[in-house]
Design a protein. Sequence first.
Length: 140
Amino acid sequence: MADHAPDPLSDADFRALVEALAREGLPRRTEAVRAVEAIACALSRRIGSETYDDLRERLPEPFRGRLAACERHARTARRIRNVEEFYASVADDLGRPPDESEGVARAVFAALRAQLPEAEAEDVADRLPPELLPLWRRPS
């Protein structure tokens, strides 16, 4: 019998992530998967791998296991320096215009934040660059 990689779209824990994203406006599973991957990739390039790994470890499963830094940009040493480059990276990964990236980032961050107790959400906020904080914070 051949070994097959697990299907992330059928994994029960991952369904919780997809459901959280659907509540935030990303209802299609494929779109949700791609959005999480694009945000994870851009975030890891923005804050650096050590800080990213520390941030990721604070999140519960299924988020922690699904937010691995992307391999697509692993060979490029170019770091994302600001929010405009963050949005451009997300847009490039998703094949969308950059002006749609903010909404995607808000949806992914809101889904992540909703899984955390307030104290843990604040710990994550402490590790984000200032220009990404408005995406993480709950709307007032």
